[in-house]
Design a protein around this ligand. Structure first.
Ligand code: GLN
Length: 287
């Protein structure tokens, strides 16, 4: 490609992206975001110039993308369960797979509500290791009357959750700390979590170097935090309350065993969009 001017046209900006190996759809999405324009507008205005400052910014974004940085960090946002969430490198990028967990949690909320003498009384839900707040905020947005608590050991994560909650007009109580330890003496109708579950040394981590390692790995087998959660949950559930966990593709059986060992019943699984057994849930017996 001949040397490009400092101030790129839209066509040149897209050609540059293609030359660097960016998918066309990614390039349109990213450039549309930079210019605050729809894809159709980009296509109809490919002679328009970006301006020198936007062109520089585009070159910077492309370099970061080519270096493997997730698009969500470059844009500073990610859509999850219909919500526009702010994300930063301090939190895991919310994955579509995790919508399986939210769907299941919402089904449980609806089911629990039908069993209550006062169906309008808010149920209590906690999302442990909330990160961007994706799960907690999706439940607050779609779960009807709920008291939603979110915990995280990372101060940066909790700041992200609060910013997201404020931007979305949702209420989530944020508590700093590891798993259930900052919630001594409290019980919930529903405990949910997408904890770190990748084994240290797993080759998949090579593709995830831009995300916080503390949100990804959990011990030699990836089960360390899932173990803690299953062990702590029964003391923090109301009778008949549920624990719902996301986990790795090969962890459904060990997580079911951990739930059985913790005294939970009705243990079952749900598959993600790719057909993988991605979530496991169990219930604290009524009596
Ligand atoms: N599902 C993520 C991945 O495999 C990992 C998220 C997690 O560890 N909770 O990329």
């Amino acid at each position: 490609m001949p040397p490009l001017p400092v101030d790129l046209t839209i066509r040149e900006a897209l050609d540059l992206a293609r030359a660097q190996g960016l998918e066309r759809v990614d390039a349109h999405l990213t450039l549309g975001h930079l210019l605050q324009r729809q894809r159709a507008w980009l296509l109809a205005h490919d002679d328009e110039r970006l301006g020198a400052q936007q062109s520089d910014r585009w070159r910077d974004w492309l370099a970061r993308r080519v270096a493997g940085e997730p698009l969500a960090y470059i844009l500073g946002e990610k859509e999850f369960f219909g919500l526009h969430l702010r994300v930063s490198p301090q939190v895991l990028v919310p994955r579509p797979d995790t919508e399986t967990l939210v769907d299941w949690a919402l089904d449980i909320v609806r089911e629990l509500r039908t069993q209550r003498p006062h169906p309008d009384a808010p149920l209590s839900v906690v999302d442990l290791g909330t990160g961007s707040g994706a799960i907690a905020l999706a439940l607050a947005a779609h779960g009807g009357p709920l008291q939603v608590t979110a915990t995280d050991a990372s101060e940066g994560a909790l700041n992200t959750v609060l910013a997201n909650a404020q931007a979305l007009g949702l209420t989530v109580r944020c508590v700093a700390g590891h798993w259930l330890s900052p919630l001594a003496g409290e019980r919930f109708d529903l405990i949910v979590s997408n904890p770190p579950y990748i084994a240290e040394g797993d080759p998949h981590l090579a593709a995830l170097t831009h995300e916080p390692i503390s949100a990804l790995t959990a011990g030699a087998d990836g089960l360390a935090d899932l173990r803690t959660l299953c062990r702590q949950a029964p003391d923090h559930l109301h009778p008949g309350g549920w624990l719902v966990l996301e986990h790795g593709w090969d962890q459904a059986a060990p997580v079911a065993q951990l739930m059985h060992d913790a005294g939970l019943t009705a243990v079952g699984h749900r598959r993600d969009l790719g057909g993988v057994l991605r979530c496991t849930a169990g219930k604290l017996p009524e009596t």
